[in-house]
Ligand binder design. Structure first.
Ligand code: NDP
Length: 324
């Protein structure tokens, strides 16, 4: 494993990390989650990503139980949560969003579910137009001063609002956001490369990127249909299935070229797509999702492939897809 600093902070995260969206609670129970987390720990992964909304809190409960059960020392791993969407179906106004009340309640609940005394990373899962930026920054600053959170950040926030949060924090002597969690993969590049990277460079933000395989589309598994048990066959994710299968159809020629290139390089599509993410030094950590041990084996091979990517090969990879 390799480790990178989270922006200009002192925190070193494994370049490959592991998240729980869709998988924990909706696809996998404690037994399978335990095997996968144990495999990650053995490979040197030190960051596990979660959110209050994943399986309505069940994903965090599973992850917390497994980390305790595996007896991973608290100083050997980092865990995150995210606040915004709420942890129940049809949340009441005080059970969602970024009000001081919900952030405080959500943080305490995440600590209980994850069975930890503090969150290493805490994200505002989306921007909340109904809450003044100062209220959000003050609340996050307080959680840090209370020792409940070490680093706070944003996810999928427009860059102007991240700028506002940083400016408010600096003007009032408060702790500014340290990281952003955006989608970044070969099929989704423009926001990260043109908007976020300049901001991250200017302010020393780290980036924890999500859906590096576009929910599995870049692995090639959907080339001939939707395999039983895969994410796109999971009940409740019909919206994702519709969106990704239409991308697959639009990009079919490029996906076929990418598959051929992976064969030529002597690796899998997944490892090549993840290696491409790793090649960007502004990515602090690439967050994997996986439902099987064999997927993790394949995905960890990206570390070695990343060392083999030169400018020419990167350009050939990128030429498979339009820049979106
Ligand atoms: P990916 O794009 O890598 O998709 C992961 C899924 O792809 C797996 O669960 C598996 O699904 C399939 N897969 C993974 N590896 C392989 C392989 N080698 N071969 C075949 N199929 C494979 O990542 P995620 O979308 O899961 O995102 C990673 C993490 O990012 C999440 O777990 C979550 O923590 C975070 N996230 C954050 C968001 C935010 O708004 N901040 C939004 C989304 C995710 P299956 O086996 O079921 O087909």
């Amino acid at each position: 494993m390799q480790y990178r600093r989270l922006g200009t902070s002192g925190l070193q995260l494994s370049v490959l990390s592991y998240g729980a969206w869709v998988t924990f609670g909706d696809q996998l129970g404690r037994g399978e989650a335990r095997e996968l987390i144990a495999q990650c720990i053995d490979a040197g992964v030190n960051f596990f990503d979660n959110a209050e909304t994943y399986a309505n809190g069940e994903a965090e409960r599973i992850m917390g139980d497994v980390l305790v059960d595996l007896r991973v020392p608290r100083d050997a791993f980092c865990v995150s949560s995210k606040v915004y969407f709420g942890a129940v179906n049809d949340p009441k106004p005080t059970q969602r969003g970024l009000s001081r009340k919900h952030i405080r309640d959500a943080c305490d609940q995440a600590l209980m579910r994850l069975r930890v005394d503090y969150l290493d990373l805490y994200f505002c899962h989306r921007a909340d137009p109904e809450v003044p930026i100062g209220e959000v920054v003050l609340t996050m600053d307080l959680l840090i001063r209370q020792g409940k959170v070490l680093y706070w950040g944003t996810s999928e926030w427009p860059v102007e609002q991240i700028r506002e949060a940083i400016a408010f924090a600096h003007a009032h002597g408060l702790v500014a956001p340290q990281m952003e969690q955006p989608q970044y993969n070969l099929l989704h590049r423009t926001h990260f490369e043109h908007e976020l990277m300049p901001l991250a460079r200017e302010h020393g933000l780290g980036t924890t990127i999500w859906s590096p395989l576009a929910s599995g589309l870049l692995s090639g598994k959907y080339a001939d249909g939707v395999p039983t048990g895969s994410r796109l066959s999971t009940p409740g994710y019909e919206w994702l299935r519709k969106r990704l299968l239409s991308r697959r159809d639009e990009l079919s020629a490029g996906l076929a070229r990418f598959a051929a290139l992976a064969r030529e390089v002597g690796t899998t599509q997944s490892a090549l797509a993840l290696a491409w993410c790793l090649a960007n030094p502004q990515v602090s950590t690439v967050m994997l999702g996986a439902t099987q041990r064999t997927q993790l084996d394949e995905n960890f091979a990206a570390l070695e492939i990343a060392n083999r990517l030169d400018t020419a090969l990167l350009a050939r990879i990128e030429s498979c897809f339009p820049v979106l």
